[in-house]
Design a protein around this ligand. Structure first.
Ligand code: GUN
Length: 171
């Protein structure tokens, strides 16, 4: 075996990632603690935070969740990742982050606050996809809601199949 081959498990180890509640693995790499905090409706937040975020063949889905903050996503390594966004008007936007820019894959993705987002690792030769996210105002669990399958399918029945694939069955 090639000892230099990047795999999901050696990325988790070398980047010191831990499981994320949405699925996948993450580590916060930055918070703007050298600056004044921002006052938001939900309370004080860092001006910006950043994480690594990894999807793997064993944990291939970042479940639907809602965030108040704007999030910039930057693709780094591995297989492509499909993003599903349900906008405030209920319309669905789907796009793929990955390195194949000639095929229309995106190296950067801006997701404004106030919409539902899910991500899914696409089949590829690596078995992982690694991105970073920069979040402003900085991430806080109070600004985030994990999608409840029943609630989301009631609100967006036109996206039922997608929501069932990209939420947990908790009811
Ligand atoms: N999603 C985007 N940024 C963050 C973060 O800093 N922490 C957690 N848990 N999730 C995030």
């Amino acid at each position: 075996m090639n000892p230099r081959l990047i795999t999901a498990s050696n990325l988790v180890a070398v980047l010191d990632l831990e499981p994320h509640v949405e699925g996948g693995f993450f580590r916060r790499t930055y918070q703007a603690d050298h600056r004044d905090m921002l006052e938001t409706e939900g309370g004080q937040r860092f001006l910006m935070t950043s994480i690594y975020y990894l999807l793997t063949a064993e944990s291939p889905v970042g479940q639907f969740h809602f965030n108040q903050s704007d999030i910039l996503h930057y693709f780094h390594l591995g297989d492509a990742i499909e993003y599903s966004l349900i906008l405030a008007d209920g319309s669905l936007q789907t796009l793929v982050m990955g390195s194949d820019v000639l095929a229309g894959q995106h190296l950067q993705l801006h997701v404004p606050g106030g919409i539902w987002k899910a991500s899914r690792l696409l089949n590829g030769e690596n078995g992982f996809g690694l991105i970073s996210e920069a979040v402003s105002p900085g991430f806080d669990f109070a600004d985030m809601e994990i999608g409840n399958r029943r609630k989301l399918t009631t609100q967006y029945p036109q996206h039922r199949a997608l929501i069932e694939m990209l939420t947990r069955d908790e009811d």
